[in-house]
Design a protein around this ligand. Structure first.
Ligand SMILES: [Zn+2]
Length: 118
């Protein structure tokens, strides 16, 4: 039986389990390199932290939405618009957009909040 640990306060408490998605799995495999502790815990959100969780989750979801809108805008401005005006997309602009996108993805994931199992 795995122990349960809250992802917000980090205490060993009972709570609602979270969905282990690609990001959690990636984090686990990174952490496994440094410690064997990680896999002993089942990740949950405890009752006390539920409010904090909901707030952070909402913030994460909205920054994710903003990110997709930005990607769409980048794509429009850098790829679609030049093609429409008969030019090839600027490789430097594509490269810049790629770097900025990468930074944004990292930034958004700093506030990452997983889904709770329903
Ligand atoms: Zn907690």
């Amino acid at each position: 039986m795995k122990k349960e640990a809250c992802i917000i306060c980090g205490k060993e408490v009972d709570g609602k389990p979270i969905v282990e998605d690609y990001f959690i799995k990636a984090l686990r495999s990174i952490k496994k390199v440094f410690t064997s502790e990680v896999n002993r815990y089942k990740l949950v959100v405890c009752d006390n932290c539920m409010k904090t969780y909901e707030e952070r989750k909402k913030r994460y979801d909205s920054s994710l939405k903003t990110l997709f809108i930005l990607f769409a805008l980048f794509f429009l401005m850098i790829v679609v618009l030049p093609l429409f005006s008969g030019r090839l997309p600027d490789p430097i602009a594509i490269f810049m957009a790629f770097i900025i996108s990468l930074l944004l993805v990292v930034l958004v994931h700093l506030g990452y909040m997983p889904q709770i199992e329903r």
